[in-house]
Design a protein around this ligand. Structure first.
Ligand SMILES: C[S@@+](CC[C@H](N)C(=O)[O-])C[C@H]1O[C@@H](n2cnc3c(N)ncnc32)[C@H](O)[C@@H]1O
Length: 222
């Protein structure tokens, strides 16, 4: 019971955790990990599951080797370098942060990567340089401690529930430097057309194009 005497309302994720399937997926065994590796289960767990289950579903992807984003796009790295001004980079949903390997050394002063997956952060830390820091955290509740020149969502914004997406992007604007920009990449622009459209309507979009002349799309805005 909450102090006010009013029973707290369980979130959708917490209610899911109380169902038989939610309880099963929360137990630590190989069968559950295999279940979480099934695309449709992974989709539901990462979109409506509680943070713990989402984190575990992402861990499964990294541990199974299915997610091994070794080489990112040099085109994306060039864009980041153009806007970062040798300043500070925040990567939300950084995973193993493969983009670091594509950035020119000394093109940034600091890089902070945040990801829900312990496995991804452990791997990112293995090869991190002195100006890079990687922390386990939820980008939905992450509190910026400084201003950033670039906030990058590389294939991670679609994991933010639709009802929180605009608020998150608007709140990040307060933590951009005067010339700071948010950069979002979306590998399946047709599938996530609504996200691209919502950003175009609500923000000043400067770059809106395909990356590496391929399917993957990038938006730069503030
Ligand atoms: C498709 S991967 C992309 C990883 C990386 N940005 C890249 O481009 O290689 C999506 C990442 O977003 C992370 N993620 C999803 N929801 C998150 C959240 N709420 N907070 C932090 N990270 C999250 C996942 O753990 C996963 O590592």
């Amino acid at each position: 019971m909450a102090p006010s005497g009013i029973a707290p309302v369980a979130t959708l994720g917490e209610r899911f955790e109380m169902t038989p399937l939610g309880k099963l997926l929360s137990t630590q065994n190989g069968i559950c990990n295999r279940l979480l590796g099934i695309p449709v289960v992974h989709w539901f767990a990462t979109r409506i599951g509680p943070a713990r289950l989402r984190a575990r579903s992402f861990d499964v992807k990294y541990r199974s080797g299915e997610w091994d984003f070794r080489s990112d796009s040099r085109d994306l790295a060039r864009l980041v370098e153009e806007y970062i001004n040798k300043g500070h980079l925040l990567v939300l949903g950084c995973g193993t942060c493969s983009i670091v390997r594509d950035l020119t050394p000394n093109s940034f002063t600091s890089l902070l990567g945040i990801d829900l997956s312990v496995e991804a952060i452990t791997r990112a830390r293995r090869s991190s340089g002195s100006r890079e820091r990687f922390e386990v955290g939820d980008m939905l509740t992450f509190q910026c401690q400084q201003q950033y020149d670039v906030v990058l969502f590389s294939e991670s914004l679609y994991y933010v529930p639709g009802r929180h997406r605009a608020a998150l992007l608007h709140s990040l604007r307060a933590n951009l430097t005067d010339t700071g920009r948010v950069i979002v990449t979306i590998a399946e622009p047709k599938r996530y057309a609504a996200i691209l459209k919502a950003i175009r309507l609500a923000f000043d979009v400067e770059v809106d194009r395909a990356l590496d002349s391929g399917e993957r799309h990038v938006l730069v805005f503030r």
